[in-house]
Write a protein that binds this ligand. Sequence first.
Ligand SMILES: [Zn+2]
Ligand SMILES: [Zn+2]
Length: 270
Amino acid sequence: MSGVRLIDMHVHSDNSPDGNHSPMYICEHAVKNGLRAIAVTDHCEIDKFFEQKYNSIIFHSYFECVKARNAFEGQLLVLVGLEIGQPLYNQALSDKIVSSKPYDFILGSVHTPKGQTLDIKEIEYDKLDVYKFMQDYFLELADIAKWDGCDALAHLTCPMRRIQGKYNIDFDYSKISDVTDYLLETMIKNKKALEINTSGLRQDVRRTMPDENIIKRYRELGGKLITIGSDSHSAYDVGADIETGMALAKKCGFDEVTFYVNREAMQIEI
Ligand SMILES: [Zn+2]
Ligand SMILES: [Zn+2]
């Protein structure tokens, strides 16, 4: 494994409401951290698009990333992306956004599940049936996997960070294995990459999203596309644990990881 090959496919700049640093500053740190490429994937929450003025957010993100890409040419490949949350809430709008600019990479994600008013981080998991919740969550992700507008699904098991972390609830994945398989098969059929999100390694839960068992299962079912992202919201975290994510991909049977240019998958040897 070589440091020159490190690619972080999930990075937020201060254009995201919860981000802290400009694309330029992030790129400086990415170079310092020995990265070869980063994808800036600022948030675009479709259910809150008008209310939270995402139009302006994604406009600024795009142009600042192009500026950074030009400034860092030859030093760092800056891929311009988006993380589209709840894309099917208004698919016509999501389609319009992803085709409005020549994006390199689009992540699909769910932060506010269908039928919920709260963000995944704020849901009170001790007051609901976590198995039913995760099944519904996976089915919602499977629908997003069928959407042409995204290339990869972000942090597939995001609610587990709270379920197993904060709420300390024992979760037996075997109880929802049919729905998990359906999600992974739908991703494979629709050529969607599985993201190994390393942000959990920096938090209390100390595990990747998804866990090793799901990454292995994606491989067993024929999955070939793996992206690795830190989901950093600070320049100081860009590239964090990407090597750990690569080692995990290797352990789960992958010889290559994926990055995207012009929305086309490129494989790079681990
Ligand atoms: Zn996210
Ligand atoms: Zn993110």
